[in-house]
Design a protein around this ligand. Structure first.
Ligand code: FES
Length: 141
């Protein structure tokens, strides 16, 4: 199932992310409800600093803001490996490593398990991750 193209340009948010598909959400972190600021770094070095709401994953924040190179084709169901990020080294301990199934998917996609690689749909944001930096790969698995 492809919900979003792999191009770098801004794309409309996929249907599964529409506010009506997520009861109680407005589609953007409302003023005063910011949980953390997440920086997405593209392969060319460009950066987007985005605010998360409560109960979100890194993938949801990125897709909601149309971050390039983050197709997240399965919508966070741990079934596509197209939401891969590299967690910046200073944040790896706080974020933690991948779970068993997630690690297997990373290895299937890359043929190895590079340090800091995570599927962003599996990284739940907490206040402790305020300031987190993640890098997007040139291509997704
Ligand atoms: S969005 Fe498909 S595995 Fe993360």
């Amino acid at each position: 199932m492809v919900l979003r193209s792999l191009s770098c340009g801004a794309q409309p948010a996929p249907a599964w992310l529409a506010p009506e598909a997520r009861p109680g959400e407005t589609g953007a972190a409302a003023e005063g409800q910011t949980m953390a600021r997440i920086t997405f770094i593209q392969p060319d070095g460009s950066r987007q600093v985005l605010e998360s709401g409560e109960d979100e994953t890194v993938m949801l924040v990125g897709v909601r803001h149309n971050v390039a190179k983050l197709p997240a084709d399965c919508g966070g169901q741990l079934a596509c490996a197209s939401c891969m990020v590299e967690v910046a080294e200073p944040w790896r301990a706080a974020v933690g490593g991948p779970g068993l199934d997630e690690g297997d998917m990373i290895e299937d996609a890359l043929g190895m398990r590079p340090p800091g690689r995570r599927l962003s749909c599996q990284v739940r944001i907490t206040e402790a991750l305020d300031g987190l930096e993640v890098r997007l790969p040139e291509t997704q698995g």
